[in-house]
Design a protein. Structure first.
Lengths: 244, 348
């Protein structure tokens, strides 16, 4: 959604486009371009034929949309939820905004409803909210690190999203979680002791934040991993093992 | 000290990706500099509670002195408050109040690309102009690998006086009640249909008010850029793929306004001595495996440092991965007491 390059490099396809493309068996990927999403919205939802020149018009709209709360977010969310509503995919996975910003996206439809008295966009937000809040359809997955800032932000976001009843269901996933070291830290010095002491201290710290976020699942710390593709593949293997 | 004071306040800008410990490194540098007798202010963006506790300063939008530690001040960026100041400084009083009261003001100023970065740069420049400190350490918002902090002043004056706004509001500054010509602009007719005309009118009024700040904002942007060119830039990273990608991006896009980084600080560095370390024969399997894993991590870290050093010829500073985050001033000062960082807080 906001970091197409980041997602693309995990999938081995650095240049994701607005049009979905195959990146693996049964797996399509696309990036959301706000200008294109807006044009698609106008064409599909409002019924306005393709505009001849999108450049200045899209930029102007973007300037307007940056000013009014929720307009920009509702365009992005509209595209995502439209892909759900079309019913051509089994699952739509969205690499969404960082936890600190997700609230304005999830709440965009409701903000629009509160802000606008007229306007075609009002007609759209109702079905958007329906999809978002249906637990059989939508699940928010909050991924966190087991460190103070992300953990506190995640816990606060869960409370807020639940309080506002913005999505059907929430799952918290703790990433880069260290395995427990099944041995005492030996006496003396040297690399074996140092590595054990560091691991143990970091593990203990992580347990504290694990409790703060009340994680539903953990993903392992991948030692020495290099490329984004490797990371994605190793985590996918881990999911497979875990599901078996 | 006297020599430095005559040169005016110096700035260290600490930049880098989110989550790498930038704020902690900034605080550590400030504590070390203050202990060395330099009147030091650290401007942070979003400090963790534990770090604030370790620093021992009640952070607010105004610089607060440390209750016990001499020479140390801390302030926290409040982007909304900064924006209010920007508007009050650059618009007529009446227009400024109208802008601040406008229901779109907060949404707009938190939404504009680079808005938080601009607020941070503006606030840092204000403290540098105050000449009340020998050193101001600036922790930057973690946007676009830290590049945005440097490009924000220019983007902001582009936005306030730029093509889009002119296109919307007409070539010259129009009178209050003049709204842009909807019939001449199909896109605006369309926006009207989609959003409802009431909203569009309010936004248009907001933009026209904002445009009146153009002269002030663009002049200020140039002042801020002058400060940036004189500042010492430090890039903080870890050797993890995400932060590394952002660090490399920073070097690729190194904007003209930034001085070349004085160093790249690799936070959470593991000892190189763990790589290929001899494991005593009687070591329990769990501990041997543990060292093996961390040694692999250490090897990856070393490769990342080498790659960056070779590619960009920048000095590399390593800050060891500590078992516990710093909990007091002592631990913070200790963090900055490493080869390569000492030079920064002693001489910058």
């Amino acid at each position: 959604m906001l970091d197409a390059g980041g997602l693309g490099s995990h999938l081995g396809e650095p240049d994701l486009r607005f049009e979905p493309q195959a990146v693996g068996e049964g797996l399509m990927a696309a990036s959301i371009d706000r200008a294109e999403a807006l044009l698609e919205y106008l064409r599909v939802q409002v019924g306005i034929p393709a505009l001849a020149t999108i450049g200045p018009a899209a930029r102007a709209f973007d300037a307007l949309a940056s000013t009014a709360p929720a307009i920009r977010e509702v365009v992005t969310m509209g595209k995502i939820l439209w892909e759900v509503r079309r019913d051509i995919w089994d699952t739509v996975v969205v690499d969404a905004a960082p936890t600190g910003q997700i609230g304005s996206y999830l709440r965009a439809a409701r903000t629009i409803r509160e802000l606008l008295a007229t306007g075609r966009i009002l007609e759209q937000v109702e079905w958007m909210e329906e999809i978002l809040t249906d637990p059989a359809v939508t699940r928010l997955v909050l991924v966190t690190l087991l460190e103070e800032l992300p953990a506190v932000e995640t816990a606060e976001t869960v409370t807020w999203v639940e309080g506002e009843a913005l999505v059907g269901d929430i799952t918290v996933v703790a990433n880069r979680s260290l395995p427990r070291l099944e041995a005492r830290v030996p006496k003396g010095d040297g690399p074996v002791t140092e590595a054990a002491a560091l691991h143990h201290a970091l593990w203990e710290e992580q347990q504290e934040w694990l409790e703060t976020v009340a994680a539903d699942a953990t993903l392992p710390y991948l030692f020495g991993t290099h490329t984004p593709t490797e990371v994605a593949e190793r985590l996918a293997d881990w999911f497979e093992d875990d599901l078996r | 000290m006297t020599g430095r004071a005559q040169e005016g306040t110096r700035a260290v800008v600490v930049t880098g990706a989110g989550g790498v410990g930038k704020t902690t490194i900034s605080a550590a540098l400030a504590v070390a500099a203050a202990r060395a007798g330099r009147r030091t202010l650290v401007l942070t963006v979003d400090p963790a509670r534990r770090l604030t506790t370790a620093l021992g300063i009640e952070m607010s939008n105004e610089p607060e002195p440390h209750p016990d530690a001499p020479n140390l001040w801390g302030a926290m960026l409040d982007a909304t408050a900064s924006w209010h100041e920007v508007v009050r400084r650059h618009a007529d009083p009446e227009v400024a109040e109208r802008l601040i009261d406008n229901q779109f003001f907060d949404a707009a100023t938190s939404h504009f690309p680079a808005s938080q970065s601009f607020a941070a740069a503006e606030e840092a420049a204000t403290y540098l102009d105050a000449r009340a400190w020998d050193l101001v350490v600036v922790d930057t918002p973690p946007a676009a690998g830290g590049i945005e902090f440097f490009t924000a002043p220019a983007s902001m004056s582009d936005l306030v006086g730029g093509r889009v706004l002119r296109w919307l509001t007409g070539a010259r500054l129009p009178g209050r009640r003049f709204l842009f010509n909807r019939t001449a602009k199909p896109m605006l007719r369309l926006a009207d249909q989609v959003l409802g005309s009431n909203l569009l009118e309010q936004i248009a009024e907001f933009f026209m008010d904002l445009r009146t700040t153009y002269d002030g904002v663009s002049k200020r942007a140039r002042q801020i850029e002058r400060h940036m060119r004189r500042a010492t830039t430090l890039v903080v990273t870890t050797s993890d793929p995400g932060p590394m990608a952002e660090t490399l991006r920073f070097f690729r896009a190194l904007p003209e306004v930034a001085s070349p980084p004085a160093a790249v600080v690799f936070n959470r560095t593991l000892p190189e001595s763990w790589i290929d370390a001899e494991v005593p024969a009687d070591t329990p399997a769990a501990l041997a495996t543990n060292l093996e894993r961390w040694a692999e991590e250490s090897r990856m870290q070393r490769a990342a440092r080498r790659e960056l050093g070779e590619r960009h010829g920048v000095p590399i500073v390593t800050v060891p991965w500590r078992q516990h985050p710093p909990t007091d001033l002592e631990a913070l000062a200790d963090l900055a007491d490493v080869e390569g960082l000492r030079r920064i807080w002693e001489e910058s």
